[in-house]
Design a protein around this ligand. Structure first.
Ligand SMILES: Nc1nc2c(ncn2[C@@H]2O[C@H](COP(=O)(O)OP(=O)(O)OP(=O)(O)O)[C@@H](O)[C@H]2O)c(=O)[nH]1
Length: 344
């Protein structure tokens, strides 16, 4: 049977759904699949064991479910992921399958980094697919302990474009506030929402373009949705706080004016050379002398892209870089950035 598909030339958006074991990934995926949104979604399910139980739990309405068992997407079956994506595209182009987007549900133990890099490293995938966003489900009841015991969860949070808090009804309001503060400290880029029963705001989850070069640097600047934030949050708290010293955290480098293009280039190159392995996500919006447009860059580990974006126009010129990474040497990075700024 032939199915009409959008033009093969249009890249298919891909959402990576991650979160620790039992966080609520499959529950959320089922809600996405059963919500009337008009998207035709193909699903790639990765299960660590030999039998993919998750796919049995999935509702059957989706166009196609590809199971990847016996290994974790981020390591042993990464090549399989690329092959499955190429195969899905070929079957779609041939009219055998109909879908206009893909959701990949990783195992609870997966590091999203290698999964993300697959899309940029394989030329065939880079043309056929558009990595839209990483959604990370966080289990409010168990997350505190999981964060302390499983560093991969920090990575899942650090890589996220959206943070979805499940089981929030199972903890006290103060504990939820503390959790939200901790999440903001680890990843101030990702807007946070609590998953509650009822209608799902699909616009918060799909078509985020988290890997595109746009100006949104911090969560509150993203136009996609209102933030769900801790009531206790106040000015200056975003990057401060002493309650937990997580290995992964964020750093905002900021100057109310321009930076020198050559010096900032050397600084960013050095940053990637020395700390690329530890950098999960980073993004910068910079004002360059005699340049009317904003210089925007963003990346994952050592994969980075940059371009000139919108004009500054009436916006106050400023230069900001947000870094999310593991044990970043704050003093060194602040000093390096300070050397790039042009005094007003
Ligand atoms: N109370 C409550 N339970 C939830 C919520 N979300 C998921 N659950 C339950 O948590 C359990 C695990 O949910 P799943 O969706 O299977 O979690 P998962 O992340 O896919 O789990 P793995 O695939 O094993 O990593 C199930 O019993 C769900 O019903 C929530 O928001 N509130």
């Amino acid at each position: 049977m032939q199915h009409p598909n959008p033009s093969p030339a249009v890249p298919v958006p891909v959402t990576v759904l991650t979160g620790f074991l039992g966080a609520g990934k499959t529950t959320l995926l089922n809600r996405i699949l059963t919500t009337a949104h008009g998207h035709r979604i193909a699903v790639i399910e990765n299960e660590f064991g030999p039998v993919n139980i998750d796919s049995e739990l999935l509702v059957q309405q989706s166009a196609e479910v590809v199971e990847m068992t016996n290994g974790c997407l981020c390591c042993t079956v990464r090549g399989d992921l690329a092959r499955n994506l190429v195969d899905l595209k070929a079957r779609r182009d041939a009219g055998e399958l109909a879908f206009d987007r893909i959701v990949i549900e990783t195992t609870g133990l997966a590091d999203p980094g290698p999964v993300i890099q697959t899309f940029f490293a394989e030329p065939e995938l880079a043309d056929a697919y558009l990595l839209d966003a990483v959604l990370t489900v966080v289990d409010a009841v168990h997350v505190a302990r999981q964060l302390d015991e499983h560093p991969v969860l920090l990575k899942q949070i650090g890589f996220a474009d959206r943070l979805l808090v499940s089981k929030g009804e199972g903890i006290a309001a103060e504990a939820l506030d503390a959790l939200l503060e901790r999440l903001v400290r680890i990843n101030p880029r990702a807007p946070i929402r609590q998953l509650v029963a009822g209608e799902l705001d699909i616009g918060f989850l799909l078509d985020i373009r988290g890997f595109n070069l746009n100006e949104n640097l911090l969560a509150e600047e993203a136009p996609a949705a209102p933030r769900f934030r801790p009531a206790a949050q106040g000015g200056g708290k975003l990057f401060g706080g002493t309650a937990h010293s997580d290995e992964i955290g964020s750093l905002l480098l900021e100057h109310a004016g321009d930076v020198d293009l050559d010096r900032i280039g050397v600084f960013v190159q050095g940053l990637l050379d020395r700390h690329g392995d530890d950098l999960l996500r980073y993004k910068g919006v910079l004002a360059i002398p005699d340049q009317a447009n904003k210089l925007v860059f963003q990346g994952v580990h050592r994969l980075a892209g940059f371009d000139y974006g919108a004009e500054w126009n009436d916006d106050a010129r400023r230069s900001r870089i947000v870094l999310i990474g593991r044990r970043l040497p704050e003093a060194e990075l602040r000093a390096g950035f300070a050397d790039c700024v042009i005094a007003a």
